[in-house]
Design a protein around this ligand. Structure first.
Ligand SMILES: C[S@@+](CC[C@H](N)C(=O)[O-])C[C@H]1O[C@@H](n2cnc3c(N)ncnc32)[C@H](O)[C@@H]1O
Ligand code: SF4
Length: 438
């Protein structure tokens, strides 16, 4: 039995190319420049998520493709004012909605002072006076070295109940070669501080495939992480993004098979330590753990984003504030000047029925209700995607129940590769072209 499983896995791995984590569809590569993107034509669900992007960092990591800058000209205060301005401008969209989650992403939003963070939360509360009654999760991303006891105590008082901390690895050489500052002792101390502060949901981000990492060293970082019993652990397999240091360096990184092997070995470690697998790359220890914003957004709850690199997902459109240029400083300055003039230069796409249907399949890929699919789109899931369905079924990646198709335990490991199968031909061509810029 063990032998069959082993052979099957190797065959499966060989036939599926690893795809960097795919959460959103359509991807930004499909966005078009639409000056004065007509937000009044975008519809949003009644329950919404709010995302705020803070682009400042103390370091530029070798792999990072997010919109981020070192704050060389001390513009953080100015930027926060512009975020508040943007929130005020879209008061009419926020009013009357039930805001379920609020997430501060980056960059490194934990570089904000409590007073700056408070200004943004306050602006949202003014636009949406029921905020306190509807919010289920208020989350912030942090680098380990930015975690300080007093500051996070104030964050907690402002309502922060989830902190995701970018540990990435507990190995000195992997952290150093990534050009990061959080050597293992800093990450450990940050985790101890978050516990003392009493953050409800402490999340550790770990990466798979960092430069110099091996399957064995990854496993050691997982074991070290488990010893701290964070409420949630999220695994991020390294995506080589154009215009990053790592893409220009062309170092040899982990192959698809090794990445999938890391997913598999960590699954065993987490499960035997009492963690529950919440989705393909997330483990939680008890009810505290999880990431509501991501779960809700994937299943179709709209997301309204504010800030330079923020994306928004409505029912009929997706858009973002940045234009996607590689010049991060220019993007942040453009955002500031857009906020001053009140005329935002966004990029985005309105969804056709075909793209809505693909978006739905990708968002629900881990557990898809086939009856719901058919009633929404007027076509059966198996009929529409017969080729994909047959392939993943034959590979043993799905389980079928009454009206449900779910990724099997094996299928969860390959979630990204399966999601990619649902991309339209146009989307695939744009992704391939983008990857060639590496
Ligand atoms: C925007 S970062 C925010 C966290 C914080 N700035 C830090 O680095 O500690 C969110 C997470 O994305 C992941 N990440 C960043 N670049 C990535 C890449 N190229 N491929 C996969 N994951 C990546 C990292 O695990 C990181 O913790
Ligand atoms: S990984 Fe985090 S700290 Fe590093 S550059 Fe990206 S956002 Fe900044």
């Amino acid at each position: 039995m063990q032998q069959t499983h082993q052979r099957f896995s190797e065959e499966t791995m060989g036939s599926l190319e690893f795809r960097p984590d795919i959460y959103t569809y359509p991807t930004p590569r499909m966005y078009k420049h639409l000056d004065a993107f007509p937000i009044n034509e975008v519809s949003f669900t009644d329950d919404i998520n709010v995302y705020v992007h803070i682009p400042f960092c103390k370091q530029i990591c070798s792999f990072c493709g997010y919109l981020k800058i070192i704050d060389a000209f001390n513009i953080r205060g100015k930027y926060v004012e512009r975020v508040v301005k943007e929130i005020k401008k879209y008061e009419m969209v926020l009013k009357g909605k039930r805001i379920k989650t609020l997430h501060f992403g980056g960059g490194t939003p934990s570089l904000l002072t409590p007073s700056e963070l408070g200004k943004i939360i306050n602006a949202i509360a003014i636009a949406n006076p029921c905020l306190d009654e509807t919010l289920e999760e208020v989350s912030i991303e942090a680098t380990p070295e930015s975690v300080e006891y007093e500051k996070f105590l104030e964050y907690r008082e402002l309502g922060i109940n989830r902190v995701s901390i970018g540990v990435q690895s507990f190995k000195n050489d992997e952290i150093s070669s990534s050009r990061r500052h959080n050597l293992p002792h800093t990450s450990k101390e940050a985790l101890r501080i978050l516990r003392r502060v009493g953050i409800h949901n402490i999340v550790v981000d770990l990466m798979i495939g960092m430069e110099g990492q091996t399957k064995e060293s990854f496993k050691e970082s997982v074991k070290e992480t488990i010893s701290f019993r964070p409420d949630t652990v999220e695994l991020f397999a390294l995506g080589v993004v154009p215009n990053t240091y790592i893409s220009s360096k062309k170092t040899s990184l982990m192959k698809s098979e090794e990445i999938y092997g890391c997913y598999r070995s960590s699954n065993e470690l987490f499960v035997e330590s009492g963690y529950v697998q919440a989705c393909h790359n997330r483990y939680t220890i008890k009810e505290n753990g999880g990431f509501l914003q991501q779960d809700y957004a994937l299943r179709g709850m709209s997301l309204l984003g504010f800030g330079a690199g923020a994306r928004s997902y409505g029912i009929n459109a997706c858009y973002r504030n940045s234009s996607g240029s590689a010049n991060n400083t220019q993007e942040v300055m453009k955002y500031i000047s857009d906020a001053d003039t009140g005329k935002y230069h966004r990029t985005g796409v309105f969804l056709t029925k075909e793209e809505s249907l693909r978006k739905y399949a990708i968002g629900h890929i881990e557990a898809l209700d086939t009856k719901e699919f058919e009633s929404r789109f007027g076509i059966s899931f198996k009929e529409k995607f017969y080729g994909i369905y047959k392939k993943v079924r034959d590979l043993g990646l799905i389980e079928e129940g009454e009206g449900m198709i779910k990724l099997s335990k094996e299928g969860l490991i390959f979630r990204d590769a399966v999601a990619y199968m649902f991309f339209s031909e146009e989307a695939k061509a744009l992704e391939e072209a983008y990857r060639k810029c590496e």
